[in-house]
Design a protein around this ligand. Structure first.
Ligand code: G2I
Length: 469
């Protein structure tokens, strides 16, 4: 269970840095206890991340939760969820003073049911605003009231449910100056950021309060601007706890100064989160690009683990089918851990292994790689005995083997439960042979009352046809 911890003061005063966080360093030490190390065969991202003392999250689109594969990946692989859109201003306060929490509440329920943390996104952002805010018609006093009222209502409503808030999102331009196309910046001036954090802190003193931005992963003009702002906020005692590095990255262009940049923010005493990770590429994807993408997801993961204040990594979208990238960058995509059919990509394996896990049960990383040997070991006029041996290219925790035989022919079985419905024969694992390692085999047998079935049928493992062996 994730507990919300009252904010430790992260203060920088007169050049003295006070670090309140040793986020992943402390927890990973706990997992290296003797006896535990061998047990760390984490097969899911969330198990592996937990063992390292970090969270691993996904941006979730409520509209996709009805898809069983999507929701099972979202719940089993991730320990944190961020609402991709449901907690934004246009969704939560479409008309002034009228709040709609239905989408955010649905995600909070999902997280509660799956023992996940909720990362709140986002309170104050120049984009995805309802027109009554974005049209610039409000006076400074009125916009200030509207901003504070929005923050207060959201933070109050989700108090106790949300562990982090992106209080202010994307406040900077690329040159490190304040974003001038923000209605908040234009109307309220520089002070709106400190005010937003103070208001959020008053409404929910326990949530960790972050400033979040993109293109700030490396050391550059924009991250310099943010760094200077954060240092100044801390020196004024503004309650800011964390910096979110969105990390919408491009294949083969991972900033080389990523770790050094995280470290300088960590040295201010702040927690760091990689909040919206994806790594996009020119389409079509091919094996070489996907392989490099896997290495680069691994490298970003290692970067977070190398900085003890880095609390977690959230990927922006569960699968390539859900990703914002193709809609925004025509001709680019394939930016997430799972492909369009929700099959894990090398990116998934890269992230998992960087977290210290190994591929295992859960989505099958290579469903096509099985072979099956179907041998009639004995035969007589009205029956035969058959042994089936399957070798798998993926590790299994439970298996189902299917093939066709003339109706009604199976009469007995061993090392599997074998049943028949019409011509469809289904064999499921026995309890002693449910777990099979990558490259491992299992065998089972049965008796048939049909002397005519001597030609091996096509054998499928978990729905995928195996090559004959
Ligand atoms: O743009 C990528 C992300 C950059 N950082 C802040 C994030 O909040 C942002 O997320 C994206 C969502 O992934 C998109 O799903 O924000 C976009 C809006 O700026 C989201 O797209 C919007 C579409 O543009 C709308 O047409 C649509 O109505 O999603 C809306 C809700 O589905």
């Amino acid at each position: 269970m994730f507990l919300l911890v009252r904010r430790a003061a992260a203060v920088i005063a007169a050049g003295v840095m006070v670090s309140g966080f040793a986020v992943n360093g402390g927890a990973s030490a706990q997992t290296s206890a003797p006896g535990e190390a061998g047990a760390l065969q984490a097969a899911t991202l969330r198990e592996a991340a937990e063992a390292k003392g970090v969270f691993v999250g996904a941006a979730v689109n409520n509209g996709r939760l009805g898809d069983g594969t999507y929701s099972s990946i979202a719940s089993t692989q991730f320990s944190s969820v961020t609402a991709e859109n449901a907690m934004k201003w246009d969704a939560t306060e479409p008309s002034r003073g009228s709040f709609n929490y239905s989408g955010g509440d649905r995600l909070v329920e999902f997280a509660r049911a799956n023992d996940q943390q909720v990362y709140g996104h986002t309170l104050v952002w120049h984009s995805q605003l309802p027109s009554w805010v974005s049209n610039g018609g409000l006076s400074a006093g009125d916009l200030r009231n509207a901003m504070n009222n929005h923050i207060t209502n959201l933070a109050n409503h989700y108090e106790g449910s949300v562990a982090y808030w992106d209080v202010v999102n994307e406040a900077f331009d690329e040159d490190g100056s304040r974003r001038d196309n923000s209605v908040f910046q234009r109307t309220l001036g520089d002070g709106y950021i400190a005010e937003a954090f103070r208001t959020a802190d008053a409404a929910d003193p326990n949530a960790k309060l972050c400033i979040n931005d993109y293109n700030i992963e490396g050391i550059n003009a924009k991250s310099d601007g943010l760094y200077n702002l954060v240092r100044s906020l801390l020196s004024q005692g503004v309650p800011i706890d964390c910096v979110g590095f969105q990390s919408h990255l491009i294949l083969d262009q991972i900033p080389s100064s990523f770790q050094a940049n995280l470290q300088r923010f960590a040295d201010l005493g702040l927690e760091l989160i990689i909040t919206e990770l994806d790594i996009r590429m020119r389409l079509p994807a091919d094996a070489a690009k996907l392989e490099r993408q896997g290495q680069q997801f691994a490298s970003v993961t290692r970067t977070c683990l190398a900085v003890s204040a880095c609390a977690g990594i959230t990927v922006w979208g569960v699968s390539d089918r859900d990703s914002w990238v193709p809609g925004t960058f025509p001709g680019e995509g394939a930016a997430t851990l799972y492909d369009e059919n929700l099959r894990p990509k090398p990116a998934f394996n890269g992230m998992l292994t960087a977290l210290g896990g190994t591929t295992g049960p859960g989505p099958d990383p290579d469903p096509a790689s099985c072979t099956a040997n179907y041998t009639v070991t004995d035969r007589w006029n009205s029956g035969s005995v058959v042994r089936v041996t399957v070798t798998t290219g993926a590790s299994l925790s439970g298996w189902t083997v299917t093939f066709a035989l003339p109706a009604g022919s199976v009469t007995g079985s061993w090392n599997a439960q074998v049943g028949q419905s019409g011509t469809a024969v289904t064999a499921t694992n026995a309890s002693h042979n449910s777990t099979v390692a990558v490259g491992g085999s299992f065998s089972f047998g049965f008796q048939t009352n049909s002397g005519a079935t001597y030609t091996p049928p096509t054998v499928s493992l978990n729905g995928t046809a195996c090559a004959p062996a």
